[in-house]
Write a protein that binds this ligand. Structure first.
Ligand code: PLP
Length: 379
């Protein structure tokens, strides 16, 4: 089996499993317990908080552990909705957001908020001039813009967009779920107010996430109870998963260094794209070449339909997707590719091939051979 779907989820890193196991066995104690066994579990959470803070240039107390990336997005958006109020306020998101931003903001629109979606250019990057027009300094509002897109891997002009929104006195949330652990994401360089992270996109398990909340930013908890996570997200902490997320953050901080794993992933991805284009006519690479995460190739195969290719690829042992995992089984073309101005035929002919630090040259070479054969068979 060759796994090329790392934007859907990643393999849990063996070192992450090792870090987690003691907290599923001997160290099962409640971190709120006052005795020493509880306090050492509490210390493990504090360590994980520091590891995540270090990865994104935050202060540890600004890190709130959550149940997943979707929860983080909803927490930020709902807190902001309450802050700005529905009368005479405005919410701006991009057209290419994940459903974990589109659905909660649609729910806001349904109860009377003015929600606007700003488009992207043909390379999949936000139209900053349109953002300037949408942002209104006369009313309270917020911008939610993803750092990197889950389908194309295209990195958004987040620093510029944040400056535009904040100049109007607006708050900024970013869904950085597809960027953290892949490219540098630093809240000490880009002053977003809230930032969402999901563990399973960078070798921690599924079911654990983070919401970064900049000190001083307004926040109203969605889940109230025992006051864990500094009152921001009550509920007894999911200690093994939090410890795993911390360990993954530390691993990926190292893998992002020059000469380390993610650079190698970038070379593999480039080799994959170049080889597909050299082996077949009518292979188009979607999205910005310059502004993107190193692990994604988003490729259109003219004359093919991705939903015909996927079962054949699966049978050949290649696991990948058309668009995002959440879109599987949907008959509409991807909203991301439509926003980029692609025809339905182009959108339906595209595969997302996403690598990770566990991808090997041998796997990529085999995948190239099989994808070429399947594309020829489908044409
Ligand atoms: N946002 C983006 C950009 C994603 O890619 C995903 C996962 O596919 C999510 C949000 C949801 O994260 P989670 O699966 O942790 O709920």
């Amino acid at each position: 089996m060759i796994y090329l779907d790392s934007n859907a989820t990643t393999q849990v890193h063996p070192q992450v499993v090792d870090a987690m196991l003691p907290f599923l066995t001997d160290h099962f104690h409640n971190p709120s317990s006052g005795y020493s066994a509880g306090q050492s579990v509490k210390a493990a959470i504090a360590k994980a908080r520091g590891q995540v803070a270090s990865l994104i240039g935050a202060q540890p107390e600004e890190i709130v552990f959550t149940g997943c990336g979707t929860e983080s997005n909803n927490m930020a958006i709902k807190a902001l909705a309450r802050e700005i109020g529905r009368k005479s306020s405005k919410v701006v998101v991009s057209e290419i957001e994940h459903s974990a931003v589109l659905r909660p903001t649609e729910a806001m629109a349904a109860v009377g908020f003015d929600v606007q979606r700003v488009g992207v250019d043909a390379y999949g990057r936000l139209d900053l001039a349109a953002l300037e027009r949408a942002v209104d300094s006369d009313v309270p509002g917020f911008l939610s813009l993803m750092w990197a897109n889950n389908e194309t891997g295209v990195i958004q002009p987040i620093a510029e967009a944040t400056a535009i929104a904040q100049a109007a006195g607006w708050h900024v949330h970013t869904d950085a779920i597809q960027a953290v652990g892949k490219v540098p994401v630093r809240v000490d360089e880009v002053p977003v107010d809230y930032l969402s992270i999901s563990g399973h996109k960078f070798h921690a398990p599924k079911g654990v996430g983070v919401l970064y909340i900049r000190s001083g930013s307004p926040f109203e908890p969605m889940i109230r109870g025992g006051g864990q996570e500094n009152g921001h997200r009550s509920g007894t902490e999911n200690v093994p998963y939090i410890v795993g997320l911390g360990a993954a953050a530390e691993i990926m901080e190292k893998e992002m260094q020059p000469g380390a794993g993610l650079e190698r992933v970038g070379r593999l991805r480039d080799h994959l794209e170049t080889s597909l284009q050299e082996s077949l006519d009518g292979v188009r690479l979607n999205g910005s070449r310059q502004h993107r995460t190193t692990n994604v190739a988003h490729v259109a195969f003219d004359g093919c339909v991705a939903t015909d290719m996927l079962p054949r690829l699966d049978a050949a042992g290649i696991l990948c997707s058309a668009g995002s995992a959440c879109m599987t089984g949907k008959s509409n073309p991807s909203h991301v590719q439509k926003a980029m101005g692609y025809s339905d035929a182009h959108a339906f002919s595209s595969l997302r091939l996403s690598l990770s630090i566990f991808s090997t040259q041998e796997e990529v070479d085999q995948a190239i051979e099989k994808i070429v054969a399947v594309a020829k068979a489908c044409r």
